[in-house]
Design a protein around this ligand. Structure first.
Ligand SMILES: [Zn+2]
Length: 244
């Protein structure tokens, strides 16, 4: 993932300043044939390229609408894929037209003509990586990821088709997307710490090292060492005034 940050501070959503506790992630796509990030993210940081028509989302109401998402995925000026974070992750976004605004982190995937499998594969993988990143940040998992059209079915978003009007054209769906996130999360999970040894395992190890004839001798030896150690320390403390 090529994660960049350019917060849309002129957007009325940002200025509203409301925060949420993220409980899920909502995947959107833009519904317009323009894969360039510069269409939405501005000003040009040298990577994005210019926005020629002043229709970006770093203004109060882009295209006259009260909209803003937490991130965009699309093409940089050089044609490579990147993710731009455009709101703090715990900011309230204006993306669903429903209650999902109060619970879900949102991102838009910039659409192309929906027929290029190479572009779909690239943004699909980028979106998986973004979701893995967000799941780790907010202790979420793949079951808490939905797209806009699924949000509508749940009654928490308006009636939009994204992204299920696009992914299935390339053999993908939100189910395969969630499966990919699940797999990536598992692959990146830290290796669990080795389990602590049981009393019996300790005893077996010490007995094998020390060759005690009776298992109980192990514990007698440990207690004896502990007693001797304490005795040495007391003795040393008592001797100290003599030598100083
Ligand atoms: Zn949407």
């Amino acid at each position: 993932m090529n994660l960049q940050k350019l917060i849309l501070t002129n957007n009325a959503c940002y200025k509203a300043g409301n925060t949420i506790t993220p409980k899920g992630i909502m995947v959107h796509s833009t519904g317009a044939n323009n894969p360039k990030l510069s269409r939405y993210v501005n000003p040009d940081d040298g990577l994005l390229g210019p926005n020629l028509y002043n229709n970006h989302w770093n203004q109060a109401t882009p295209d006259g609408r009260k909209v803003c998402v937490h991130a965009f995925i699309g093409k940089l000026k050089d044609g490579s894929i990147a993710t731009y974070q455009t709101l703090p992750w715990n900011h309230q976004g204006w993306h669903s037209g429903g209650d999902a605004n109060n619970t879900h982190i949102s991102f838009e995937i910039c659409e192309d003509g929906l027929v290029d499998p190479v572009y779909l594969r690239a943004v699909f993988n980028e979106a998986v990586e973004l979701c893995v990143h967000l799941c780790k940040l907010y202790n979420l998992n793949e079951t808490q990821i939905i797209c806009h059209s699924e949000g509508y079915k749940k009654g928490i978003a308006t009636n939009h088709a994204d992204v299920m009007h696009w992914f299935p054209k390339h053999g993908e769906s939100m189910d395969t997307f969630r499966a990919a996130v699940k797999k990536a999360l598992a692959a990146s999970a830290p290796t669990p710490a080795p389990a602590l040894l049981t009393r019996e395992e300790c005893q077996a190890i010490i007995q094998s090292k020390c060759n005690f004839s009776h298992p109980q001798d192990v514990w007698v030896a440990i207690e004896t060492h502990r007693f001797a150690d304490e005795l040495y320390r007391r003795l040393a403390a008592a001797m100290l005034p003599i030598y100083t």
